[in-house]
Every structure is written in C-alpha cells, then in structure tokens.
Design a protein around this ligand. Structure first.
Ligand code: UDX
Length: 439
C-alpha cells in the first residue's frame, strides 16, 4: 500500500485516484474547485463516465479514498503525487502549463519526506526536466507516466492497460512506480485478468513524454488516412468499410481506428497534434504528417455537408442531427464534429435540430435546437444525419423514421447502418466512402 496524492480531480484525476484506491492504495485527491470538491466528497462524479460514481462511492466508504482542498493534508507524508491538472492549449497550440507549475510549487511547499512526482497530465515534451528544477528538492523525483484513457472506457483502460510507460532519470523513482502499478502489471486485484498482463516500458523522461503524443497522433493519422481513402472510394464507387476490413487483416496495419466517418474529435487528438507540431516547430522540425492529419479531419466536415447539399438545398432545409457527443459513451462536446457540421449547416441557412441520448443542451449555439427524443428531432426533417453511433440509434425502426421525415435523405456519417436495410425502409441512404445504392 502506497500513500498517494492525486492533484487535480478532473476527468483524468478522478479516474486515476479512484482506480488507485480500488487496487489497494491510500489515496487523497486534491481539488481546489469547491463545487467539484463537495460533489466528489458526496460520491457524485460531475461528468459522465460509466462505473465511476459507483467506484468512487465504494472507495469513499472503505476510506481508501478521500478528497480535500488542502495540499498540506494530501502532500505531507505522501510517497507519490500524481499531477492530473489541466493543460489547456495556448494560442500557438502548445499546452499552457500554469496549473502544473502551481501544483509543483505547492508540492515543494508541503513535501515532508521523499516523494515521486508523476506527470499524468499530457505535459509538453521537456516538462519533466523543468519540473525537477522547479521543485528543487532532493527528496522529489519526477516520473512521466502518460495516460491512455479513452472517455467512456476509462476505468477499464486504467485497470487493464496495454502498457504502462514510466520515464525518469532516477531508477529509484521508477522502482517506486513499479510497486504502485504492481497489482495492475500482474493483474492481481479483484477482477484482474492475469492472462492479459500489460507491457512495462521503463525509459527516460523525454521518451515517455513523447510516447503519449506519438500514440495519439498515430491513431488520429489512421482515422484521417481511412477518411481520405473514403473520399477516393466515393469517387470511384468502392466501399471503404470493406477496404478497412481487408487492410486491417494485415497484422502490420491492424483493424482498429480504421472507421471512416465524419472525423475524430474529443479533448485529446486535436490538442495533442497541435502540441506535437508546436514542439517540432520550436525545434526546427517541420511536421508534415501531423499537418495533413488535421487538414483531412477539417475537410471531413465539408465532405459530409456536401453529402447533404448535393441532394437538397440547404437554405431553408430542416435537418435532423442524431448525436452530438464526439463519440458514444460520453457527454463530451470538446472538438465535437457535430457542432462543426451544425455550424456549417446553420450558416448555409438550414434549420438544425439535434438529439443526443446524453447531451441535453449546447451552450453558446442558440440557433441549434436540441430535441428531447430522436422522434422529435426527425419529425418533418428533409434530411437526417447520423453523427454519433449511439446504440440507441442502431435500434431505431428505420421505417418509422422514414415515415416521420418529410424528405428521405439519410446521411450515415459513421457508416453505422446497413445500407440495404435503410434503403428497404424507404430512406435514401448515403454513407461515407460506401458504394451508395441511391447515388
Ligand atoms: C483518445 C485515445 O484513444 C486515448 O488513448 C487518449 O488517452 C485520449 O485520446 P478519446 O479521445 O477518449 O481517447 O476517444 P477515442 O475513442 O480515441 O476516439 C477519438 C475520436 O476518433 C472520436 O471522435 C471517434 O469517433 C473517432 N474515431 C475513432 C473515428 O472516427 N474512427 C475510428 O475508427 C475510431
């Protein structure tokens, strides 16, 4: 059992703190936002993440987890402090590290015994070094331990990761961290999968820091790549989903993250690509691939919008959007393709009504209507566009949907539906990069 402080209990911090408590550590989460602190102390997680509220409540009851706004309480006597504060993007794309610096200063103020300080937030490459200098205490060593949590499956991703990456210039600090992760590395906790042990990468600070950026940039690149193939497939009358299946069978390529659609969104990919580009630029390296990955993703919104405008005049059209969240299983709208497409359609003179099973309202977009059900959203619509492949949508009776629309255009911007079934239901089906029976 290790005494752990988790500084910052936003999305990453809440998952890290609760998971570490659940595998046997004594964890204190530090949160200076009063509303969030009181919510977590009451066992209420202020965002949507399956299973997290239940696990927080269970760990609070076992007293293995607590939350405080006092650095003194959390840091004094802790063996390890995880930095999980936000690193929002600066205007040039590089992450703003003010919160990381402030947290590090507070740690240096309250440190009482040897401690490992872990960067879990996605910090710019090179941060570990200046953090070591900033804390300037012989008792503290910095370890970079990037997180690979996906929203919607974050607990599972933390407890059953593919790999644990630990970067430090202090072998003793890495050894401490191996002990922290031992139940996960050996999958010995209740519910562990000893047959699926994660890999362990021990490396230096800079290498661990770049791993996070390289992993996300690569995943975004796979998606942009297949989206570009989708454009070509549409042009020549091929089916990109079958292309993806076939190339994914090559083990060197792999089948995941080859789903063509409206493009990637969320809090990580865009931010991490911008940060990697900014770092490359600062060091005089031209990052051609990351630029292309972003450009293809931006263009994907126009590509989907054209699938609507090719068939109906956008000015005065009634368009229903199914899904707002950037992917199923989350209520997150950061960098959501839905909002970019909605803006495009609204600016072209269309009326847009969206429905999402989890997102009830969109702040800052007063002209976007949000309906309480998919039936309300599609009633009288000239076109329906599926943006997020929620399970709820996959079980929609397409004949009933076709019946309540005014028009028949059904743009499946996630290739989530069976084209033939949609056509049989009376819809005019258009996918992304699929040989569309109606076009
Ligand atoms: C991502 C990384 O997967 C995770 O390891 C990292 O820690 C944080 O960033 P997340 O942003 O939660 O996680 O979502 P992810 O499941 O990776 O999806 C990102 C976006 O790509 C979504 O908008 C999704 O719809 C899109 N996507 C994903 C595709 O368009 N096609 C695919 O084949 C897969």
């Amino acid at each position: 059992m290790t005494k752990i402080a988790v500084v910052g209990t936003g999305y990453v911090g809440a998952v890290v703190a609760t998971s570490l408590a659940s595998i046997g550590h004594q964890v204190v989460g530090v949160e200076i936002d009063r509303a969030r602190l009181e919510s977590l102390q009451a066992g209420i997680v202020p965002f949507h993440e399956p299973g997290l509220s239940e696990l927080v409540t269970a760990q609070l009851e076992k007293a293995s987890l607590s939350f405080t706004d006092s650095y003194e309480t959390a840091i004094g006597g802790a063996d390890v402090a995880f930095l999980c504060v936000g690193t929002p993007p600066s205007p040039d794309g590089s992450p703003d590290t003010t919160y990381v610096e402030n947290a590090a200063r507070s740690i240096s103020e309250w440190i009482t015994s040897p401690m490992v300080v872990v960067t879990k937030s996605t910090v710019p490459i090179g941060s570990g070094r200046w953090l070591n200098d900033l804390i300037a205490d012989d008792r503290a060593s910095v370890v970079s331990n990037p997180e690979f949590l996906r929203e919607g499956t974050a607990l599972n991703d933390f407890l059953h990761p593919d790999r644990v990456v630990l970067g430090s210039n202090d072998p003793g600090a890495i050894a401490t961290m191996v002990e922290v992760y031992r139940p996960i590395l050996e999958q010995t906790f209740t519910g562990g999968r000893p047959d699926l042990r994660p890999g362990l990468v021990r490396t230096n600070l800079e290498t661990a820091e770049i791993v996070k950026y390289a992993a996300n940039a690569f995943l975004a690149m796979k998606i942009s790549f297949i989206n570009e193939v989708a454009m070509i497939a549409d042009a020549v009358g091929a089916d990109v989903t079958e292309v993806a299946t076939a190339i994914g069978m090559d083990q060197r390529i792999g089948s995941s993250f080859l789903g063509a659609g409206i493009g990637w969104g969320g809090s990580c990919f865009g931010k991490d690509l911008a940060a990697l580009r900014a770092t490359a630029h600062r060091h005089g390296v031209e990052s051609l691939i990351t630029g292309a990955v972003v450009a293809v993703n931006d263009h994907q919104i126009d590509f989907v919008a054209e699938k609507v405008s090719k068939h109906i005049d956008l000015a005065g059209a009634e368009i229903a959007l199914l899904g707002l969240a950037f992917k199923p299983g989350t209520d997150d709208l950061r960098d959501a393709p839905s909002l970019k497409l909605a803006r495009h359609l609204l600016d072209s003179g269309a009326t847009v009504t969206a429905y999402d099973p989890v997102v009830g309202a969109v702040s800052g977009m007063d002209d976007l209507k949000v309906a309480p059900s998919w039936r309300d959203a599609v009633a009288g619509a000239d076109a329906t566009v599926v943006i997020t492949e929620w399970d709820e949508f996959l079980s929609i009776n397409l004949a009933a949907l076709a019946e309540s629309m005014d028009g028949a255009l059904f743009v499946d911007a996630r290739n989530a539906f069976d084209a033939a079934a949609a056509t049989d239901a009376g819809l005019s089906y258009v996918g992304v990069g699929r040989a569309a029976p109606t076009s």
